[in-house]
Every structure is written in C-alpha cells, then in structure tokens.
Design a protein around this ligand. Sequence first.
Ligand code: CDP
Ligand code: MG
Length: 133
Amino acid sequence: MTEQTLSIIKPDAVERNLENDIKNFFEKNNLKIIKTKKVKISKEESSDFYKVHQTKPFYIDLCNYLSSGPIVVMILEGENAVKKNRQLMGATDPKKAEEGTLRKMYGLSIDKNSIHGSDSIENAKIEINFFFK
Ligand code: CDP
Ligand code: MG
C-alpha cells in the first residue's frame, strides 16, 4: 500500500552537509520526497513534537537538541513507507544499527543519531500535519 511518512534530518547531519546524501539514499530506495523544507524550530515546538517522550529521562536533552540548529523535514511516499523508512534508518543507537542503514552510516551517538522517522501510520499523519499543515 502506498503510504506517507515523516522524516527529519537532525541538526548533527544538517551541520555535516549530509542533506543531499540522505535525500539521494531515500530516492534510490524507492521513497519519493514529495515535500521538503529546512526549518529551525523553537524549544516549545520541539517539546510539543516529542511530547510522547515527556516522561523519559532524555526528554529535555532531546527537545533542546532538536531545536539547537536547522533541520530538514520531508514527507516520504512509497510502498509501506512507514516500515520501509524505519528499516532504512536502522536502530536508534547507531552502534546497534545494521550495516547499510542511515544511522550506521551517519549516526554519531544515540542522541545525535542523524535522522527521525515516524513509527506508525497514525503517528506519520500527526507528524506530517505538525510540519506541513
Ligand atoms: O528515533 P527512534 O524512534 O528510533 O527512537 P525513540 O525511542 O522514539 O527516541 C526518540 C529519540 O530520542 C531518539 O531518536 C534519540 O535521538 C533520543 N534518545 C536518546 O537520546 N536516548 C535514549 N536512551 C533513547 C532515545
Ligand atoms: Mg520514535
């Protein structure tokens, strides 16, 4: 089934000029970028975006981080896009990510792991609406 999902190139990857490499990787793997923009969000916006994690010990650092510099947000579209994107990203911790995944290739650490991707069709809709309403 053709789906849409939200992807974010996080500040560590934007800072290292990985935007084009990551976009090419998605396109090569049959996820089409149908909308994209570079933005810098506020602490309030990042706290809202990541509110599902508000009880986690890493929440404050995570929100500070996502709002620390420019990010690139994208709507990806393709067959099973949500799951496909999660597979292409790899595990949250780059040290545990499989060979050939974005986080294995580019992630620096569990917090600076270069990329975000929606984890369900339902959350994809919410996250797409957050950035592209
Ligand atoms: O991004 P993903 O869905 O793989 O992981 P998550 O469990 O939803 O966590 C969201 C983000 O929080 C991760 O991508 C990490 O950047 C960060 N995180 C962290 O800094 N420390 C952890 N122990 C777990 C997650
Ligand atoms: Mg997640």
